[in-house]
Design a protein around this ligand. Structure first.
Ligand code: FES
Length: 239
């Protein structure tokens, strides 16, 4: 069994668009301990070496999606990545292809702007039930995987179509759309299907599976994209 390194060298991308013309890397040595995550290492840098390091986090439990960064060339959740498994040197950057606010913190607005293109919320016709919308366990199962998305933007950052097409909603938005299209309680399926089954929607996906590879929750957005394609095709045949 290989002995885990006692210290790890972190190469962290630094960039402040207000003052810098281009990003550079700063190097920090951190002391490891059992169970230490990349997020813990970032805190060690912040508390002991550089009070100005900027990064995002909230839950520290792989639930909120805030800490997604580009770690050793892969989108990962910093709070869910054991540092000793990454070797003696770890390179950390912000999620690629998303504007940087500072250092590892990226701008969330492009992601949520695209997410809103697909009406990512439940819609139901009135009158609403007195207590709750009832759903059978089988119908609930149909949306099980899709609701695991934590909006970490990893797939968004990994999708080549998203980088080039401002009208392309992107993998997470398609997962969200599929989640509501498959939800037996939702009444806006046709409208939502029209939003994602169009020319700038799922048909632009090149099925390169970067999204599935990047997802820290093992969701396969390509599966949901295929689901929307099938639904859109069937809907068009009925017209
Ligand atoms: S801090 Fe919430 S997912 Fe990492």
């Amino acid at each position: 069994m290989t002995t885990p390194p006692k210290t790890v060298r972190l190469r962290i991308q630094r960039f402040d668009p207000k003052t810098d013309t281009e990003p550079h890397y700063d190097t920090f040595e951190v002391t490891t301990k059992p169970g230490m995550t990349v997020l813990d290492a970032l805190f060690q840098v912040l508390e002991k070496q550089d009070r100005l390091l900027a990064f995002r986090y909230s839950c520290r439990s792989a639930v909120c999606g805030s800490c997604a960064t580009f770690i050793n060339g892969k989108q990962r959740l910093a709070c869910n990545t054991q540092i000793i498994k990454l070797g003696r040197e770890v390179t950390i950057g912000p999620l690629p292809h998303i504007p940087v606010i500072r250092d590892l913190a990226v701008d969330l607005r492009p992601y949520f702007t695209k997410m809103h293109m697909v009406k990512p919320y439940f819609e139901a016709k009135e009158p609403y039930p007195e207590k709750e919308f009832i759903q059978s366990p089988k119908d609930r199962e149909a949306i099980d995987v899709a609701i695991d998305c934590i909006d970490c933007m990893s797939c968004f950052s990994a999708c080549p179509m998203g980088w080039t097409d401002p009208k392309y909603p992107g993998p997470a938005a398609f997962v969200e759309a599929a989640r509501f299209i498959a939800d037996t309680r939702d009444t806006a399926k046709a409208e939502r299907l029209a939003l994602v089954g169009c020319e700038d929607g799922v048909w632009r996906c090149h099925t390169v599976f970067n999204c599935a590879e990047a997802c820290p929750k093992s969701i396969d957005p390509a599966h949901f994209i295929q689901y929307i394609k099938r639904k859109a095709t069937r809907a068009s045949l009925k017209r």
